[in-house]
Structures are given as C-alpha cells and as structure tokens.
Design a protein around this ligand. Structure first.
Ligand SMILES: Cc1cc2nc3c(=O)[nH]c(=O)nc-3n(C[C@H](O)[C@H](O)[C@H](O)COP(=O)(O)OP(=O)(O)OC[C@H]3O[C@@H](n4cnc5c(N)ncnc54)[C@H](O)[C@@H]3O)c2cc1C
Length: 467
C-alpha cells in the first residue's frame, strides 16, 4: 500500500508518526510519504529566536485537558523539556478598567458563586441574571445544532455573554458567538444541559472530576510548551521520520484517479507520483482545488475562515508599565475605542523562560471577526495601529527594541452552526467520488493542537485498518 500525506503541519506529521509506528506491526508492505509545499515543516507552528527572545508566531502552547499532544510530546522523549504556564490572573478590559476574570470560571462559566458575586466585571443585575441558570428549567434537547450565543444568552443573559464569554471564546474560534456552532465547539456544554438542570452545577462537577483524576487544581497551569518553543516538537517529529519520507517544497496541484486503481498526484514543480490512499491535511479550499471533479468543491471553498495577525513587541523592562500583575488581558469589541486589538499576552509573565532578563515581550492579537482588513495592511501600519491601541491600556514609554508581525490569512476556521453535519456530508461525498482520499486537521474536527494530533492519528489508523 502506498500512502501520501499532504501538508507538514501538526496534523500531517502526527499521521506520519502514527503510520510509521504501526507499520512494523502490520506485516504488509506500506510505503508512506509526506509532501509539504513550504521549505519548513510545522504549518502554523512557527517559533522565532531573536536577540535572546523566543517568539511564537502562531500557537504558544497546548492544553493538557485533552491528552493527545502531551502524549505525543512524551512519546518523543521531550518530558524533561516541558514547561508549565505561570498562572497569574488574566483580565478583561471593560469600561476603562481591568477586571480580573472571576476565580473558578471554567471557559467563562462561573463555578464558584462567592468570587463571581464579588467580581467587578458585571453589574448586580447581570450577576443575578447569570445565576438564574441555577433555577431556569432546561430546554428539551434540540435535534439540530444551535449557536453558542443563543445557548449562552438563554442560560446566562446578555451581560455575562458580552463581557466575559464572547471575548474569551470568540478568540479561540475566530467568530462571533452568535454564529458559532455549539455542537462543534463545546459539545460537552450541550450534553451538560441535557443531563443537568444547570450549566453552572454541571461545570462545577466536571471541574471537580477533572481535579480528582488529574490531581491538578483550578489554579494549576493547564497549558504546556517545551523549553525551546513548539518548533522543537516539529523538529523531533522530523527526526523520528524514516529517511526519505518527508518531501519539502512539494506543492500538490491535483489528484487524478488512475485507470486501474489509486491516484496520480501532480505537483507544482511538474513532477508526479502515485498513491493508493491520500490524507489531505491542507485548508478546505486547497482540498477542493486539488480534487477538480469533487461535486462539493465550491461549497468547501466557501467555508469561512477568519484572518488575524500576531504582533510581538519587545521592550526593555523600564519602557512598559502594566497596571496589573497578570499574564494578559482580553478586549471586548468596542472597548476603549479599540477597533482591532483583541487580546494581549504579557509573555514575560506567562512564559518567563522565553524572555531575557531586564526585558518584556507583549504578544498582541489583531483583527476581529468581521473587521480583519488590518491583517492585509503593511507591517508598518499594523505595528503603528497596534502600538496606538496598546497605549490606551498600558503605559508604554519609548520605542520598542523590535517588532515582529505574522499574518494568518483565512487561517482560523469558523465552525459556524451546522458545521459537523456539513463536514460529515462532505466526507461521505468524498468517499463516493474519491475513495481512499481523506481530510483531517484544523478545518474539520477541532482547532487546538491536541485536536489536530487526534485527527492525524485517527485518520492514520483508519487508513491502516483498511476500512
Ligand atoms: C495565531 C494562532 C494562534 C494559535 N494558538 C494556539 C494555541 O496556543 N494552542 C493551540 O492548541 N492551538 C492554537 N492555534 C491553532 C493551531 O495552531 C492549529 O489548529 C494547528 O497548528 C493546525 O495544524 P494543521 O496541521 O491542521 O494545519 P496547518 O498547520 O495549517 O498545516 C497545513 C500544512 O499544509 C501545507 N500545505 C498547504 N497547501 C499545500 C499543498 N497544496 N501541497 C502541500 N502542502 C500544502 C501548509 O504549508 C501547512 O504546512 C493557533 C492558531 C493560530 C493561527
């Protein structure tokens, strides 16, 4: 069997790793090759080392609540390189002030009543409305998907949604809560609502169970990276691969069915190869482009993706005063006249090992759902506007030591209502029209690094099982 994996991001590399791991046990001849269009592997994982700073241009860490990425790191023998995030307080900027995210919030849902009641983020009326989740009846289980916004507004009212849930969750899924799918983003919330009367009680019991099974308290850091940055994991995956299996600067252009069986893969450099099974871990629009006669191609191309830019700004410690002792803050839409700045991480607090002594590093997320035109501007404009907006929140004195802008165009998939059903129907069309071709990765069944590792492993096992 000849397997081709297209895309050398974490999904493709995980699929390759799994196939190579299982191959020796299967006892039949399996040839596997991975093709990546760029000169580097890693996809959205991009670590930059500059003037003593380690800068993550894409993801900066992975959550350990979902175990797949942590298991992969352990399998690669990187346990002693793992670093836990410093947990300091995270804030929401609202009405010109920083408000701590209430202690005991799980994805923004309060699980402890006292800190929530004492929080300065919400008005008394907003708090009472949010706590009414404790006595509101649950709705009959809906057969169809619904939006996160509708679901949360029904349980908690508008204030908690607008001031806490929206800034927290829309950053993760790059969309407005009113358009994001509950089923595809937080299916557990839907199930909780089915089993428990109240989401607050259900979240509390879930947090307790997790605490008992992992031994990690609410204040323990739930995120991990490795000492030299996430690219170290990519490098280890590359080293673990058999010689000659990874092919860089190979951009796939078309997958054409062969007469007998299998496919011919045509690359942009004019070369061609064959494969029996093809795993596509590329964006949905690229998948549609390389499958010229796929009947759902146009639908796949129309799948929405949001654009963001990450802007890393380095200063000497004396040049930046943060009126808070936390690891960063989120900015709700319209707060402080902020048009495009969505979130700010104080990297020197969250990951001190990445920043040299005597310096600070802020990482800004720029571009909002429906307002991401800034991402297409020049670096100079992006930096200038980011600094202008940053000055509304922090005391910035003097000029930065350096800045680094990374654009992510249409790179954040929007899992809108009905996403899961849409993906299932595309997969079934794909199985009919291009049997042996599969899709996996961030655009399909989960956006976080652990979700991508899981998808890479699952698709690899599916292909190997011959189902
Ligand atoms: C700014 C940002 C911050 C994030 N932060 C976090 C975080 O902190 N934690 C977390 O868990 N997740 C985070 N994510 C999400 C996470 O980074 C991604 O979901 C994940 O890296 C996607 O991996 P992937 O392999 O599915 O896709 P990608 O990384 O996009 O890889 C796809 C690969 O396919 C290649 N390719 C494309 N077209 C072709 C072609 N025609 N032929 C050959 N190769 C091709 C591309 O070059 C690329 O290497 C973040 C994402 C972004 C953008």
């Amino acid at each position: 069997m000849k397997i081709a994996i297209i895309g050398g991001g974490i999904t493709g590399l995980s699929a390759l790793h799994e196939i190579e791991k299982q191959r020796s046990e299967i006892g039949k001849h399996i040839e596997v090759n991975l093709y990546e269009k760029g000169a580097e592997l890693g996809g959205k994982i991009r670590t930059l080392h500059r003037e003593g700073f380690t800068i993550e241009r894409g993801p900066d860490s992975f959550i350990i609540r979902k175990p797949e990425m942590l298991s992969l790191v352990e399998e690669l023998g990187l346990n002693d390189q793992l670093v836990k995030n410093h947990t300091g307080q995270a804030y929401i900027a609202s009405s010109g002030e920083f408000h701590p995210i209430p202690e005991g919030s799980v994805m923004g849902i309060p699980t402890r009543v006292a800190p929530f009641l004492l929080s300065s983020l919400l008005t008394s009326k907003g708090k009472i409305r949010a706590l009414s989740d404790l006595w509101l009846p649950t709705k009959q289980k809906e057969e169809t998907d619904e939006s996160l916004g509708l679901f949360f507004r029904r349980r908690f009212g508008d204030e908690l949604v607008d001031r806490l849930l929206e800034p927290l969750l829309s950053g993760l899924y790059a969309g407005e809560l009113n358009e994001l799918s509950l089923e595809s983003t937080f299916p557990q919330f839907r199930q909780m609502g089915d089993k428990h009367r109240s989401l607050i009680l259900a979240s509390r019991s879930m947090a307790k169970k997790r605490q008992q099974s992992t031994g990690l308290g609410q204040k323990s850091g739930l995120f991990r990276t490795v000492k030299g940055g996430l690219s170290v994991i990519v490098d280890e995956l590359e080293k673990a691969a058999s010689e000659g299996t990874i092919h860089k600067e190979k951009q796939l252009q078309a997958i054409i069915p062969e007469k007998e069986k299998g496919y011919a893969l045509h690359f942009a450099d004019g070369t061609k190869t064959e494969a029996d099974e093809v795993i596509l871990t590329v964006p949905h629009s690229t998948a549609a482009d390389v499958l010229p006669s796929l009947s759902v191609g146009e639908e796949m191309k129309a799948f929405p993706g949001a654009s963001v830019a990450t802007v890393a700004i380095a200063f000497p410690s004396t040049s930046l005063q943060a009126p808070l002792n936390g690891t960063g803050f989120l900015i709700p839409k319209g707060e402080g006249g902020s048009e495009m700045l969505k979130a700010v991480t104080l990297v020197h607090r969250k990951w001190p090992h990445l920043v040299p002594d005597g310096h600070v590093l802020v990482r800004c997320f720029v571009g909002r759902p429906g307002n991401d035109g800034i991402v297409r501007d020049t670096d100079e404009t992006i930096v200038e506007q980011t600094l202008n907006e940053l000055r509304k929140f922090l005391d910035v004195r003097g000029e930065p030591l350096f800045t680094d802008v990374t654009r992510w165009q249409r790179a954040m998939p929007k899992y809108t209502v009905g996403h899961q059903a849409r993906i299932a129907s595309w997969e079934s069309v794909l199985a009919d029209e291009y049997p042996g071709v599969y899709v996996a990765g961030t655009f399909y069944r989960g956006v976080g690094l652990p979700d991508c590792v899981r998808q890479g492993r699952d698709v690899a096992n599916h292909v190997l099982s011959g189902k």
